[in-house]
Design a protein around this ligand. Structure first.
Ligand SMILES: [Zn+2]
Length: 250
């Protein structure tokens, strides 16, 4: 696939990872094996557990059966463009540094562990999908970061699940400014028409059940823009699996 070389991490980065002493993905303490968390980090990280909104995967505070099939108020009022979303952990003070290092810092040694966690958190989704598709990066951002972290996760999940990945199914048609600090409405405006199915890929998507891979779900605006683009290519379903998500307190 002609785009793979620009999406995958350079071999040198992966070799460098293999030569360094194994360090905790979050605290940087020395650990036994590459891709592990120290006991301290493991107890600090907030993994998302049931009960969840069956649609967006947002955890309910309390008061529901673990397997209650309920949607949250936000999904009932305004159903998202994707079918279901799930995430491994909360994006918070305990996980932020680990995720930013993976996104921006050439720190890929956690990727296999992240993919394994995602397969577990997304077990309900993984059993019935045809194709795994990552959220795309704009080529300018890809050039700067050198790899698309969501594509790295998509390829690992694809290999472990025996499901094909199409890492270049979606494309950013224009460069959007960083969205940190923007609210949901501003993010939606920012993304208007910015994500599309890559020309020539629509036929491979039509009628398929897609698992979209994202690193962090913040407001969900990016995942929704991807889901809308995929629906225009007449996919039969779009589920979203992310490593982390923002969960508002309360
Ligand atoms: Zn919901």
């Amino acid at each position: 696939m002609q785009h793979l070389g620009r999406i995958l991490p350079p071999l040198g980065l992966m070799l460098a990872d293999a030569l360094l002493p194994p360090r905790c993905l979050a605290t940087r303490d020395i650990v036994d094996r590459q891709g592990q968390l120290s006991a301290k980090a493991w107890s600090a990280i907030n993994f998302i557990t049931k009960p969840l909104c069956q649609c967006c995967g947002m955890p309910f505070a309390f008061g529901f059966e673990e397997d209650a099939e309920l949607s949250c108020g936000a999904c009932l009022a305004n159903p998202p463009d994707y079918d279901r979303a799930r995430a491994v952990l909360r994006y918070d003070d305990a996980s932020r540094a680990m995720i930013l290092a993976f996104k921006h810092g050439d720190r890929l040694e956690g990727a296999p562990a992240f993919a394994a966690w995602m397969a577990r958190a997304g077990a309900d989704l993984m059993g019935d999908i045809d194709l795994i598709v990552p959220v795309p990066l704009h080529r300018k951002r890809l050039f700067r970061r050198r790899y698309n972290q969501s594509a790295v996760l998509a390829l690992l999940l694809a290999r472990n699940n025996g499901t094909p990945a199409l890492v270049d199914a979606l494309v950013r048609t224009r460069h959007t400014p960083p969205m940190g600090g923007l609210n949901r409405a501003a993010r939606q405006r920012n993304l208007q028409g910015a994500i599309a199915v890559r020309p020539g890929r629509a036929a491979m998507l039509a009628g398929r059940k897609i698992l979209l891979i994202d690193d962090v779900l913040t407001t969900g605006a990016t995942a929704q823009a991807c889901a809308r683009a995929l629906r225009r290519a007449r996919v039969s379903r779009v589920d979203v699996l992310s490593l982390a998500r923002v969960v508002q307190a309360g």
